[in-house]
Ligand binder design. Structure first.
Ligand code: CUA
Length: 172
């Protein structure tokens, strides 16, 4: 009498054997993915906050005069940006180096992406959701915020400028 739980499903031992092999392979692959995600602190881009993309200009946070860099009481920064065909607003932002920066971004129209080459800053900006990413820029210099999701004819002109500068009073 076999203790194989698949014996009720299928009579053929060879078929049961290969069913087990495929189940084990799938679990190993799932385990590797799970381990990699946990070990390298990967997580979905959105914190699942929703927003009405057609009314961003009326919202508390994403109205035009509220966009840009704000300093939080603990010294970290929050940057509020809108992605819209074909640009990021505000089009130029400046942040100090080695400072935790939380980007909160919303799309005013279609799906966009944002990526800063040479850093780990990348996320999708899905209409209807606020995308939040926290990162720290560790090198000073001029960077580009690029759209990396095809969003229309002007997609390859959709970018803005990020300057990472020395900390104020940091000397150097
Ligand atoms: Cu926005 Cu591509």
């Amino acid at each position: 009498m076999s203790i194989d739980p698949l014996r009720h499903v299928c009579e053929d031992p060879l078929e049961r054997k290969w069913t087990w092999i495929s189940l084990i392979l799938a679990s190993v692959m799932g385990g590797v993915l799970g381990f990699y995600a946990l070990a390298s602190n990967l997580h979905p881009p959105s914190n699942v906050e929703t927003i009405d993309s057609s009314r961003l200009h009326l919202s508390e946070e994403f109205a035009e005069d509220k966009l840009g860099v704000k300093t939080n009481p603990d010294g970290s920064l929050t940057i509020t940006m809108v992605a819209a065909r074909y640009g990021f607003y505000p089009p130029r932002i400046e942040v100090p180096v080695d400072t935790p920066v939380t980007l909160r971004m919303a799309s005013a129209d279609v799906l966009h992406g944002v990526h800063v080459p040479g850093t780990n800053m990348t996320t999708m900006i899905v209409p209807g959701y606020i995308s939040e990413v926290t990162t720290t820029f560790t090198r000073t210099g001029e960077f580009s915020l690029l759209c990396n999701e095809y969003c229309g004819l002007g997609h390859d002109q959709m970018w803005s400028r990020l300057s990472v500068v020395e900390k104020p009073g940091g000397g150097g």
